[in-house]
Design a protein around this ligand. Sequence first.
Ligand code: PLP
Length: 450
Amino acid sequence: MNNPQSWEARADEYSLYGFTDLPSVHERGAVVLTHGEGPYVFDVNGKRYLDANSGLWNMVAGFDHKGLADAAKAQYDRFPGYHAFFGRMSDQTVMLSEKLVDVSPFDHGRVFYTNSGSEANDTMVKMLWFLHASEGNPKRRKILTRWNAYHGVTVVSASMTGKPYNEVFGLPMEGFLHLTCPHYWRFGEPGETEEQFVARLARELEETIEREGADTIAGFFAEPVMGAGGVIPPAKGYFQAIQPILKKHGIPLISDEVICGFGRTGNTWGCQTYGFTPDAIISSKNLTAGLFPMGAVILGPDLADRMQAAAEKIEEFPHGFTASGHPVGCAIALKAIDVVMNEGLADNVKRLAPRLEAGLRAIMERSEHIGELRGIGFMWALEAVKDKATKTPFDGSLSVSERIANTCTDLGLICRPLGQSIVLCPPFILTEAQMDEMFEKLEQALNKVF
Ligand code: PLP
């Protein structure tokens, strides 16, 4: 960082970093990347990192998949322009919508495109407001989510997100209500069984609906496994307990599959892994294997029909983004779905998930300060605690997880600190040897920090 002309200094001078611990990056310098090979990325100094973060959960096919780059190039050559509105749509968009409904858990549905997961959640909220109003229920506007949920950064999706850092923006907005996070290990009360914990959360939902009035609630959004909240799989039976309550009150359940979708949990959708069928799915990230910014709202049969009827009523759904359904993004997504589902990537997740879990469990057992391992498929978190028996977290301004992640970076492994946890969500192409490299570097880092 002493050389004013260095890449690190230039990054520090001209960029406003988001979601970055600033004292740490000022001291260490940004890692400026130039290229990638498989699950590895390389910085300007030629240093290689194994990216156990898959970019940001999304580079599931690695950083140099030729088939995906070729699909992008072919579509840029053929028709890079887009026509998303006014009755025009590219052939790629038509094909992708068909494909998405085909691979969804729905036997009939409709798709709407955005540029990101945040926008897809915003779009879904507007759809719910639009259709409830059209059906004569304009008061149905409140949105239910959970503490620790992550749904994005736009004003609406940040209001849905259940993270205290949004208080600096004066969020959540009114009408966005957060229920208890279904993390039994952390939020279960002393002596409470997992079953009792789930029953308590179901009661809380029922009481919230009764207190607020079902006729004021537009929808309930949930990630099958909370990702940015620290990889939190739901307590056993959670969705089975809450879905009948939502159904009884006519509240749509929206599955935010921005992380879980397309293979991360070992199945195409996280909702399949956890045995529930939502009313709509929010997709992004893996949708294009990280090669194009794109999100999609996939409506199941009931919402698809109701939204279509609501739009027909006023002859228009007045919403959309300039690049909605961009043909290059759609061509990449069509290829990405094929790559993940038919080139062995989803199978690799299924095959290697038990090995990944076993390796991380062994690390946890050898460590004095890893209190919990949680996850599924290719998404896992190790939670650091000062005391395993009492689950007491560490304190200090630079969190212990931040220190572990920085040490991993020094050792050539990228993983993500989230709260008190270290998150590992490698690309789906990871081999056994690369997994062993990840275990080795992670354990080395833990030994240095603790
Ligand atoms: N929903 C979930 C579950 C996410 O994990 C994310 C991003 O990490 C989003 C929504 C927001 O997506 P984006 O960052 O593309 O706006």
